[in-house]
Structure formats: C-alpha cells, structure tokens
Design a binder for this molecule. Structure first.
Ligand code: ACO
Length: 321
C-alpha cells in the first residue's frame, strides 16, 4: 500500500525578534549571526500562547488550505514536541479535543527530528491497518526553554508549528524509504532537563536548552550526509533524481554542506532558516509548506526530507509527491 502526505498546514507566531534585538542585549552582532547561521529573525510565541495553541493554529491553516472536511476520518493524532504544555495530558489530546476528533492521541519526543519520526510512525500505522488517517504535528514554543542570556543558543531558536495528514495515496506516490537513527552517546551535547539533575554520564541538566554547538554541528553535517544518501539509495534513486531537498532548518551552513555532498543545485534546496530560525519539530513541515506555496513542487516530484536533533537523533525519507 502506498502511503503519503495528503494535506499540510503551518503557523508561525506574528511576533518576531531580529538579530538587532540581540545586539542590544548580548555580546553578538547581526554579522556574526548571519555569517555563522544564516538566521535573520525568528518568530516568538505570545506570553499566553502555548504549544497546543500553535499546534491548533497549524491545523486550522491545514483546514483553510484543504477544506472543512480535511480532518474527517482522522483516527490518530501525533504531536512531536520538546515543549508540551504538560507531561500529561498529551498535547495531542488538547488538539483532539479542540477539533472534536474521534481519534487516539500521543506525543512523541525525538527533539528536532520529531516530525520526521512522527511521519514514519503514521506511515507504519496506516500500512499495518491500525489507522486510516493520521494527523501528524510538529509544534514548539522553544522560547520558553531558552536561556536568553546565553548568546550561543538564544539567537538560534524560534517557535511555530506544522501539520500534515498521512493516509493511503495512489500507487507510485508517497513514502519510498526511511532512515531513522540515534547516537545516545552524544546525548550530552544537546539537552533540556526535566526531573533528573544529570545524565548517566554526569552531564548537568537545567530547565533551559544547553548545547555544545561545535559538536552538534559536526554531528549534523555527518548524519545529514549519510542519512540522505542512504534514503535516496534505499528509494532506488540517485541524488540527481531528487527534485527538492527539504532539510531541517537549523543552520544554513549545515544545509549547504549537505546540498554540496548530494551534488544538488541551489534551486533544489528549501531554505527558510533566515526567516524562522530553528523551530525544531515545526521546521521541515514549514519548509515543505513554503515550497508548495511557491509552486516549487510538481506532481510526481521526488522529495528528500531530513532532520536531526537532540538524542542525538536523525531521520530521512524520500517521498514522491
Ligand atoms: N555571537 C557572537 N559570538 C558567539 C555567539 C554569538 N551569538 N555564539 C557563540 N559565539 C562565540 C563562541 O563563544 C566562540 O567564542 P570563543 O572562540 O571565544 O570560545 C566563537 O563564537 C566560536 O564558537 P563556535 O561554537 O566554534 O562557533 P560556530 O561557528 O560553531 O557556530 C553555532 C556556533 C552557530 C552554534 C554552530 O556551532 C551550530 O550551528 N551548531 C549546530 C547547532 C544546531 O544545529 N542545533 C540544533 C540541534 S536541533 C535540536 O534538537 C534542538
């Protein structure tokens, strides 16, 4: 059975913070941020806007684009997030209640790789006959877990959400390959605490994101290269067959390294990190939505999606649109 994405929606909060904002508060410059990351601004949720709300806005956007009946028959809701409103109820339950869906719900946590992992779970559920139509959401309010005094992380992240429906599609379309992985030994390089005060390796945890940027950078370049090439080859394709590369939007230099390795021209890569920063699980869906809106995706195109994040985790898929 062929399974793919049949509808998409996204949302970014109205309020933005430019690099100039950080120049006033931290020992940093617009030039440094743009040169090292490609980020020009990021969208930040309002004081009273939590992850369930940005998730709901992305689903409303999906309905606005695909029609009032877009959620008819949804039997599972998966929210991938590192910033749930609560540990329980799942943020997915809050979305389910809002839209009055008759569906199961759960949240997933694989940091920035979350939405790609959620798509793979949705694919497996539909293929196994456990579900017919899965609403997958990547939603974050990372602004609540950022140490605004830490220049090495504060400038990187933003808030937002994306939503996608996964269900059966016509033969020849949909997901063609999956590469999902993790390297728990690198866990200490990127973390956000909850109940423990340290990781088993002794790394101290806090309630704000802490990151060894240099190590995460090296990890990201490595896995973006290997996971993308594996996903393309498992799909029975060559890199040149990829019409559009839709990578996780963490850093323009990481994206550029992966593009070069794949040998793809710049016009086949989606870059939105300048506008949104890294909004974690929202980023791949939001980038995909941008590409669709810009008319960059045609029927039958082979798309390559890839993400990486805390864990450390990674995930890549090739799908025919
Ligand atoms: N402004 C000015 N200087 C800065 C800033 C800043 N905002 N941030 C760090 N610096 C300084 C550092 O302190 C360091 O100074 P030092 O040499 O005196 O120690 C210097 O710049 C160079 O630091 P590096 O870490 O080597 O800089 P690098 O070029 O690696 O860029 C960055 C840092 C942007 C964080 C990069 O390492 C990166 O993007 N890493 C990957 C991060 C990432 O993708 N994270 C998302 C993971 S997804 C998830 O699950 C959350």
């Amino acid at each position: 059975m062929a399974v793919g994405i049949t509808a998409l929606g996204s949302y970014a909060p109205e309020r933005t913070l430019t690099n100039q904002h950080f120049e006033q508060l931290l020992d940093t410059t617009d030039e440094w941020i743009v040169a090292r990351t490609g980020i020009e601004k990021r969208h930040i949720a309002a004081e009273d806007e939590f992850t369930s709300q940005v998730a709901i806005r992305a689903v409303e956007n999906l309905i606005a684009r695909s029609g009032q009946d877009a959620l008819d028959g949804v039997d599972m809701v998966i929210v991938a997030t590192s910033t749930p409103d609560a540990l329980f109820p799942a943020t997915a339950s809050l979305v389910q209640a809002h839209f009055k869906l008759t569906a199961g719900t759960f949240d997933m946590l694989t940091a920035c790789t979350g939405w790609v992992y959620a798509l793979s779970v949705a694919h497996a559920y539909v293929q196994a006959g456990l579900c017919k139509k899965v609403l997958t959401i990547g939603a974050e309010t990372l602004s609540r877990v950022i140490d605004w005094q830490d220049r090495s992380t504060a400038v990187l992240f933003g808030d937002g959400a994306s939503a996608g429906i996964v269900e059966e599609v016509r033969e020849g379309y949909g997901f063609r390959s999956w590469v999902l992985g993790a390297d728990g030994e690198g866990a200490g390089n990127l973390h956000l605490g909850l109940t423990a005060d340290k990781l088993p390796d002794g790394t101290s945890l806090s309630d704000k994101i802490q990151m060894n940027g240099r190590e995460v950078f090296k990890f990201a370049v490595r896995v973006m290269n290997t996971a993308t090439l594996q996903a393309v080859s498992q799909a029975g394709l060559e890199p040149g067959d990829i019409s559009l590369f839709v990578p996780h939007q963490a850093n323009a230099r990481i994206i550029e390294a992966a593009r070069e390795r794949l040998g793809l021209p710049q016009e086949r890569v989606v870059v939105t990190v300048n506008e949104y920063g890294n909004n974690s699980t929202a980023s791949v869906g939001l980038a995909l939505q941008h590409a669709l809106d810009a008319g960059r995706i045609q029927d039958g195109d082979h798309l390559l999606l890839v993400a990486f994040g805390g864990g450390l985790t990674w995930g890549a898929t090739v799908l025919t649109w």
